[in-house]
Ligand binder design. Sequence first.
Ligand code: NAP
Length: 247
Amino acid sequence: MGNDERRVAVVTGASRGIGLAIARQLAEDGFHVVLVARDEAKLQSAQAEIESKGGVAESRACDLSNSADVESLIEGVVSDRGRIDVLVNNAGINRDGLILRMSDEDFHDVLAVNLTAVFVACRASARPMMRGRWGRIINISSVTGLIGNPGQANYAAAKSGIIGLTKTLAKELGSKGITANVVAPGFIETDMTDAMSEEVLSEAAKRLPLRRLGQPEEIAHAVSYLASEGAGYVTGQVLTVDGGMVC
Ligand code: NAP
């Protein structure tokens, strides 16, 4: 594929962790990857690393907690590149606390980044994808969105919400050649899990059928599949990548 013919893939939360692994993988798959997060310096270094391996990437700093900025982000990509083919809503935060102590602010902050931004990005991407009669929406949820988790009412609400949103998009957009799927990771080694104690993580790993934590690259492979031509008949699905935690 020549540079101009490359399909454009937007990956949010691409400065580190799972999003960075997804961006690297999609660049390797031949997409022009748009890296999105707040930390401009980290985005630049991720972009440089992808380019040094022959990939095509660009960085766009954006705070996804602001809906107007999310809308402008997607509009900017479409106006500069003429297209958006793959949207990976990966950025996510947590503000954990048991329900009795969870503030409205902690609830709304998590919902803003983990669910509202996903909705706004999907809405803004739908029309340009429809014009191209091809699209792949891949939203990153969590096993917490499937089974809940003490201390994560806000995070679980957002991650379950992503599943209902995505299944609805699959039904609304399927006739336009657009698929919409969810990847639900289990425990994956990133900054997010680094915040948990070693002991909790190793206990959790021991209870998993595969007896280990997952790596960001293992989520990236699932996303790569869902973004591929080969996954063209797969839509409205939740692909759980969790070492067998929920099975
Ligand atoms: P991470 O290492 O904490 O990275 C989060 C990413 O999101 C960073 O790139 C961060 O970049 C970006 N981000 C956060 N807030 C943002 C905002 N307001 N605007 C723009 N970007 C923002 O997390 P991760 O572990 O890779 O998780 C990635 C996704 O997988 C999340 O949706 C998470 O819920 C989900 N997940 C993770 C696990 C796990 O075990 N790690 C399990 C299940 C699901 P900046 O800070 O530069 O903005």
